[in-house]
Design a protein. Structure first.
Lengths: 547, 204
């Protein structure tokens, strides 16, 4: 692991190398960091991106802590002061807010990617279970965050959360006292303690368990995510909301998007415990035990039709309920209550119909696709190594979509500029970061191209990556279908070590383990064999398939 | 990092001795558990008032049967502290009502008075008592929940649709001394007794 010292290095470089060599004795060397030298699909390292956003949240949150006052009468005013008076307070607050949304979003995407790729098997159960707990805590963290602003919306969220906690049989009232204290004053202080210390420390502790030993730190992608957060903060600045006053009727407010799904159930006015605690609890529990119900011996979602259909069903449910939670009857002549309440029979009927429909449809589609695949396999053997080729039509559609998005962003920016755009600098920093990400990517791309036709062999470093990452999911099977992934380079096959990529190697190396559990060995073996032809020289090799 | 072999997780047996040890350890813990004063630190039900407290009206005087008007209500802070921030807390505001005459408000014992938490059970706005003819009820400004002054039960609006105990306001018990001064008896913050502020009370 240690870096070799050369005499021609200057003293600064020598210092860095000395420090790097010293790190050999720390826990960090147990982790293998990879800085990919090529474009890697970000789907594989969404967890790392989530962590980066978590760090951003930690930094901006720490800065906000310098000004925020968790006191009943001053909480909102202090946020207001941060927003309007403190230099750069507005920017920090916006980054913090948008990063919180990004973290929840990335965590959800991360979970679903791992779900569909079947990574939670082969001794990754602990990773999966700890990940689900981290996910729940992340949402709680985000929830406590927007509550301690103590705006009107925050107060509504608090009272709903309190009534849900109270509705839990037997322990509910005690839990409510423990978490919320008695009244708003205790409540603000307690949620503050949860938000800035208890939950983050719990998250960090769980992350120690959750981190796999192989990590990818893709600089352009990290930059792009950070830049996107800043850009969003610049174009869509978050407002303050109205200060909560118990004597003033609150307007219609909806919670943050990750809670509107739950909110739609609550709005049906059905029993609070069932709708607000039991349903989401059941959802989380199902996710927790997922690796133990999934008895398929293969990894790809195509080989696990029931599990994949279950995942699609859950996504469908989440999308429908989330939208429903947001939707409020625009008819202002009706009473507030009438507009808010969702007919429970309607809601539950739709939900009940949606489950068999989405499940059955997905299952059917997977089966059909499998059949078609089988048939095509018997006809001709597909080429072993084929980069994803998108039909021109699809490229065109993607192109038009991107341009549409660009236009939308431009309009949004224009409106933001019209209304003052206090955080124009944030917008600019976001743009700069995105451009940097693009440039870095191009630079890296160019660097990886062969300089000449002479094959350069430089295998000093061990290549601890196998190339099977991309193939396992996007696979050679999928490569026939147009997928809007990784089109730019067509280098799905050449990927450095990734959490999943190393699995194959690990199981291969550890013969005794594999011998103990032959049912585990089979799939990984097979997946390795499908990808064995792809180059595994990965990061070190300069000659690659992209020539 | 070296690659350790994972421990053998397939069906090991616990020896009888180990099992008994485990049982003894669990038993010891279980025996002493009830003696630990669990959660005294974390839950903070309003400071346990061991003795009765005055019904202190906004003007600073103690409410008295002889002077407090029939069909009239005042906001009272309980438990009152020396901290202005805590006194501004919704959860410490109570509506002190002398019932209208037709509900027995002209009597001079404690049954003529009611004291309910002002925190609406729906979404925690502050309701108040309206003594006008034709109203004579508690009304919440936010979503229009209405409360019966006699029992504290919501009879209209979203609060009335909530399942018990979340449809009846928490209530403080009152007593009157020889001089006619009104006192608040030490409460028991449980849904089946005085109720939980912001949550409700079972109507007994």
């Amino acid at each position: 692991m240690g870096a070799t010292l050369h005499n021609r290095d200057n003293s600064l470089v020598r210092l860095f190398k000395w420090i790097y060599a010293g790190l050999d004795r720390t826990i960090f060397m147990g982790l293998k960091f990879t800085f990919p030298s090529k474009f890697v699909s970000p789907l594989g390292f969404l967890g790392m991106l989530t962590f980066v956003v978590f760090i951003i949240l930690g930094i901006t949150g720490a800065l906000l802590m310098l000004w925020y006052e968790p006191i009943l009468t001053r909480a909102w005013d202090s946020v207001h002061k941060i927003n309007d008076t403190i230099p750069y307070g507005f920017h920090i607050r916006n980054i913090h807010y948008h990063a919180s949304n990004a973290m929840v979003m990335l965590a959800i995407l991360h979970m679903y990617y791992q779900f569909f790729s079947g990574r939670y098997k082969i001794r990754n159960e602990i990773l999966w279970v700890s990940g689900i707990i981290i996910g729940v805590l992340t949402i709680l963290e985000a929830f406590t965050g927007y509550d301690i602003i103590f705006s009107e919306r925050a107060e509504l969220a608090i009272s709903i959360a309190a009534s849900l906690t109270n509705s839990i049989p037997i322990v509910g009232p005690d839990m409510m006292h423990a978490f919320f204290g008695n009244g708003f004053h205790d409540f603000v202080l307690r949620f503050y303690a949860f938000h800035v210390f208890l939950l983050p420390i719990a998250l960090l502790g769980l992350m120690v368990i959750h981190f796999p030993r192989f990590l990818v730190f893709d600089v352009p992608m990290v930059m792009a995510v950070t830049g996107a957060i800043m850009l969003t903060g610049g174009v869509f600045p978050i407002d303050m909301g109205l200060k909560f006053d118990p004597n003033v009727p609150p307007g219609i407010t909806v919670p943050e998007w990750y809670l509107t799904g739950l909110y739609s159930f609550l709005r049906s006015g059905y029993d609070k415990f069932t709708t607000g605690v039991a349903w989401p609890g059941l959802f989380i529990l199902t996710l927790l035990i997922m690796p133990f119900i999934d008895r398929y011996k293969k990894f790809s979602w195509k080989d696990r039709p029931i599990i994949a259909a279950l995942g699609i069903t859950s996504i469908a449910q989440i999308m429908v309920t989330t939208y429903w939670g947001f939707y409020i009857d625009p008819d202002r002549t009706k009473s507030l209550l009438e507009r808010l309440v969702i007919d429970p029979i309607f809601l539950y009927t739709v939900m009940a119909l949606l489950v068999p429909l989405s499940f059955g449809f997905t299952y059917l589609m997977i089966k059909l696709a499998k059949n078609a695949e089988e048939r095509s396999k018997t006809q001709k053997k597909p080429a072993e190594k084929s980069p994803i080729q998108l039909p021109e039509k699809w490229l065109l559609i993607i192109f038009v979509c991107l341009i549409g998005f660009q236009v939308y962003l431009n309009i949004a920016t224009y409106y933001a500029l019209l209304s003052g755009m206090k955080n124009f600098s944030l917008f600019l920093v976001g743009i700069i970061m995105l451009v940097f990400a693009g440039m870095f990517h191009l630079y890296r791309q160019g660097k990886s191209l062969p300089k000449s036709n002479v094959e350069v062999v430089s295998s000093k470093r061990p290549s601890y990556g196998l190339s099977s990452f991309g193939n396992k999911i996007l696979g050679k099977d999928t490569s026939k279908k147009p997928l809007p992934v990784d089109t730019s380079t067509g280098t799905t096959s050449t990927v450095s070590s990734l959490p999943g990529g190393d699995l194959d190697k690990k199981t291969q190396e550890e013969e005794p383990v594999a011998a103990e559990s032959p049912e585990i060995k089979t799939p990984s073996k097979s997946s390795t064999s499908t990808t064995s032809s792809t180059p595994s020289k990965s990061s070190t090799s300069t000659t690659s398939s992209t020539s | 990092m070296s690659q350790h072999r994972p421990p053998n997780i397939g069906g090991g047996k616990i020896s009888r001795r180990d099992f008994l040890k485990l049982l003894a350890a669990a038993g010891t813990v279980m025996t002493f558990t009830p003696f630990v004063d669990w959660g005294k630190f974390l839950p903070n039900p309003q400071e346990a008032a061991g003795q009765r407290a005055k019904v202190e009206l906004p003007d600073g005087s103690q409410a008295n049967v002889k002077t407090f008007k029939v069909n009239h209500a005042e906001a009272v802070i309980y438990p009152k502290s020396n901290d202005q921030v805590l006194n501004a807390e919704s959860f410490r505001t109570w509506q002190f009502i002398r019932l209208p005459a037709e509900l027995g408000g002209d009597k001079s014992d404690a049954s003529a008075f009611r004291m309910y938490s002002m925190v609406c059970l729906h979404l925690w706005c502050l309701w108040k008592y309206w003594p006008e003819d034709g109203r004579k009820r508690g009304e919440c400004p936010c979503h229009g929940s209405m409360y019966d002054p006699m029992t504290g039960m919501a009879f209209a609006g979203p609060a009335s649709l909530q399942a018990p105990p979340s449809n009846v306001l928490p209530r403080l018990d009152l007593e009157i001394d020889d001089k006619g001064d009104i006192w608040i008896k030490p409460p028991n913050w449980s849904p089946s007794a005085n109720g939980v502020v912001g949550y409700g009370r079972y109507l007994t």
